[in-house]
Design a protein around this ligand. Structure first.
Ligand code: DON
Length: 561
C-alpha cells in the first residue's frame, strides 16, 4: 500500500498525460472546416457550407476549386477517391479513379523484346487514363448534394475568370516544369509563359469547360464537344483514348475498408486503392506493441513501423488490383492471426532484409502529383478526398482549348511484372493492364472514429508514401499525443519493402537515430531526400471544436467558421 501511495503522483501524472489530448496548435473553429492545398479552395468550400451546403456540396466545391487554383494536382483531367462518414455514423466511399482505355492491353508499354519502353507510361498521350474527376463530383452531388449545382459552381467559374495569384512555391514548380510543358505541347501553350510569384493567371477556357459541366452535367464533359477535344488531343499526342472511352466512364460507389486499431476505428479507401488494406495490415501488425511508450520517432518506433510496412507493402504489390478484374483475398490479408504470423520473425535487434520477406500466402477465395482535402460540416458529416494527375501536372499535356492538364495515371499499372513504376513500386499480375481496368493506387483518404464519434479526417499526396504518411499522422495524434497541426508537421519516414531502404525526410531525424538503425542493418537513404507527403487533416476536439492540420510543406490552408 505504501508503495502504491509512493508512486501515486507518478501514476496519476502518467494517466493524465496519456489521457489529456494535446492542446490544439492549428486553426480552431466551432462549426465547420476545410483543409486543402490552396487557400482559395478552402475558402470556397467554407463559403458553400455557410450558404447552407453540406459536406458533400463543399466536397464538389473544393475539388473543382483545386482544379482552378492548384493545376499541379487539382484537376478535371485526373481522378481520385472520397471516403465519407455521416454524422449518424453511416460510412461509404466513391471511386472516381481513371481507367485504361478500351484499346489498352497488357504489354502496351513493351518493345518487341519485352522490355519496358522508358517514358511511354509517364508522358505524352500513351500515359493518359480516362479521367474520372468530373463523374465523381457529379455523382456525389446527385446522391448527397443539398444546394443546386450552379450555386456551387458559380464562385469557381468566377475564380477561373478572375484568376489566381501565383505563390512562391507554385512559381518554382512552374519554372521547374516549363521546358517539359513546351516539349509536351508546343511553345504556344499557356504554360510556356513565365509566371512569377504575385502574377495572376486567368483561366477563361477552363471557366467555359466548367460552365458546360454546370449546364449539361456528365454529358457536358463525357460527350459532345469536350469529349471530342479530349480524344482528339490525346490521339494527336500518340494515345488511344476515344470518345467511346469517355462516354462509358462512370464513378463507382465502393465499400470502404473499416478496421479497429486499439480503441479507434479507421475507415479508409478499398481497392482499386491499396490504402485501406495496407494500412489495416500495418496497424494490425503494430497493435500488440505499446508504441507510445517507445516515444515519437524513436529508434524502436521507427523499427516497428518500418518492419510492419515492409511486410504490408510486399502483400500490397502482389495481391492488390482493380477488384472488378482480380479476386482480392480480403479476409485472408486482414486476418489477425495471419498478420501476427507475418511479424513472427520481427526483432528489435536487427532489420529483416526485404529479400527475406516475400508476400505472404493467403487463400484466394473466389467470389509525381496528388492533392488531398478534408472537410467537416456543421452537422458533423465528414469527407476525406484525395485526387490526382499522378505526376506533377500529370502527363504535362495541357489542352489549351479546354483549360486543363491530362493525367499520366497509366504508370500506376504494372507495365511489366517486377518492373518498378515511378514510385519504385514493383508491379504484379494483379495490377496488369486490361481494357477499362482501374490502376492500383496508394491514395488513402481516411476517417478515424473514437468511441463511436468522429475523431479525425486525414489524407495526403505522395505516391507510395501516402499510406505510411497517413498512418504516421494518425499515430502522432493517437499514440504520441501531438496536436493535429504538430502531427501533420512532424518529420516522417517511409519504407515500402522494395527498394529495401528507409527514407527519412531531410533534417528531420537526429544523426544518432540514423546511426543506431544503420548498426542494426537498416539501409538508409543517405542522399538528398524529398518531403514525404503533404497532409491535410482535421481533429475533433473533446469539446466538439475542430482543429485543422494544414501541412507546412506546401501552401496548404485551413479555413472554417
Ligand atoms: O494513385 C496513386 O497512388 C498515385 N498516382 C498518387 C500520385 C501522387 O501522390 C503524387 N504525389 N506526390
Amino acid at each position: 500500500m505504501k508503495r502504491i501511495l509512493y508512486f501515486l503522483p507518478l501514476l496519476l501524472f502518467t494517466y493524465c498525460t496519456r489521457e489529456l489530448p494535446a492542446e490544439p496548435t492549428g486553426l480552431v473553429t466551432e462549426n465547420a472546416m476545410v483543409v486543402s492545398a490552396r487557400r482559395e479552395a478552402s475558402e470556397i468550400g467554407v463559403e458553400i457550407m455557410k450558404k447552407g451546403g453540406n459536406v458533400f456540396d463543399a466536397m464538389v466545391a473544393t475539388e473543382l476549386s483545386l482544379a482552378v487554383a492548384y493545376p499541379f494536382a487539382g484537376n478535371l483531367g485526373g481522378g481520385g477517391f472520397m471516403v465519407y462518414r455521416k454524422s449518424n455514423g453511416e460510412v461509404g466511399s466513391i471511386d472516381y479513379r481513371e481507367k485504361a482505355p478500351l484499346a489498352a492491353h497488357r504489354d502496351m508499354y513493351l518493345d518487341s523484346l519485352g522490355n519496358v519502353i522508358p517514358g511511354l507510361s509517364t508522358s505524352g498521350g500513351t500515359a493518359v487514363g480516362v479521367p474520372g474527376t468530373v463523374a465523381g463530383v457529379l455523382e456525389v452531388h446527385k446522391k448527397f448534394g443539398k444546394l443546386p449545382l450552379d450555386e456551387i459552381m458559380e464562385p469557381i467559374i468566377a475564380l477561373a475568370r478572375k484568376g489566381v495569384v501565383v505563390t512562391e512555391k507554385q512559381a518554382k514548380r512552374l519554372e521547374g516544369t516549363r521546358k517539359r510543358f513546351i516539349e509536351a505541347n508546343s511553345d504556344s501553350t499557356k504554360f510556356a509563359t513565365v509566371y512569377k510569384a504575385g502574377d495572376t493567371i486567368k483561366y477563361p477556357a477552363l471557366a467555359t469547360t466548367l460552365e458546360k459541366i454546370m449546364n449539361e452535367g456528365h454529358d457536358g464533359f463525357y460527350k459532345g464537344e469536350v469529349a471530342q477535344k479530349i480524344a482528339a488531343y490525346v490521339q494527336a499526342k500518340g494515345g488511344v483514348i476515344t470518345e467511346e472511352d469517355l462516354a462509358r466512364y462512370e464513378a463507382k460507389w465502393r465499400t470502404p475498408i473499416v478496421f479497429d486499431y486499439k480503441d479507434i476505428k479507421i475507415i479508409s479507401m478499398g481497392p482499386p486503392s491499396s490504402g485501406g488494406m495496407t494500412m489495416d495490415q500495418i496497424f494490425t501488425m503494430i497493435a500488440p506493441y505499446d508504441i507510445a511508450s517507445y516515444g515519437h520517432n524513436s529508434t524502436r518506433a521507427i523499427q516497428l513501423f518500418t518492419e510492419a510496412s515492409r511486410r504490408a507493402y510486399a502483400d500490397r504489390n502482389h495481391y492488390l488490383g482493380d477488384p472488378d478484374f482480380v479476386d482480392i483475398p480480403y479476409t485472408g490479408l486482414m486476418d489477425v492471426d495471419y498478420l501476427k504470423g507475418r511479424m513472427a520473425d520481427f526483432t528489435f535487434d536487427r532489420a529483416t532484409p526485404s529479400a527475406e520477406v516475400g508476400h505472404g500466402t493467403v487463400e484466394i477465395v473466389e467470389s509525381s502529383e496528388t492533392t488531398h482535402y478534408s472537410i467537416i460540416d456543421a452537422e458533423g458529416n465528414a469527407i476525406s478526398a484525395t485526387t490526382t494527375l499522378n505526376g506533377g501536372y500529370g502527363s504535362k499535356l495541357y489542352i489549351d482549348a479546354l483549360g486543363f492538364f491530362l493525367n499520366n495515371e497509366m504508370d500506376d499499372f504494372s507495365t511489366k511484372p517486377g518492373v518498378p513504376n515511378m514510385f519504385g513500386l514493383p508491379g504484379s499480375e494483379a495490377n496488369s493492364i486490361a481494357p477499362e481496368k482501374r490502376m492500383l493506387s496508394s491514395m488513402s483518404p481516411t476517417i478515424v472514429e473514437r468511441d463511436g464519434q468522429l475523431y479525425m479526417v486525414v489524407g495526403t499526396p505522395g505516391g507510395s508514401t501516402i499510406i505510411t504518411a497517413v498512418a504516421q499522422t494518425i499515430l502522432n495524434v493517437h499514440e504520441f499525443n501531438l496536436s493535429m497541426q504538430d502531427a501533420v508537421n512532424a518529420p516522417r519516414f517511409h519504407h515500402q519493402w522494395m527498394p529495401d531502404v528507409v527514407v527519412f525526410e531531410p533534417e528531420g531525424f537526429p544523426l544518432e537515430t540514423i546511426e543506431t538503425l544503420k548498426a542494426k542493418g537498416y539501409q538508409i537513404n543517405e542522399g538528398r531526400t524529398r518531403i514525404i507527403g503533404k497532409v491535410d487533416a482535421i481533429r475533433v476536439l473533446e469539446d466538439g471544436r475542430l482543429e485543422g492540420g494544414a501541412d507546412k510543406r506546401g501552401d496548404d490552408t485551413a479555413a472554417g467558421y
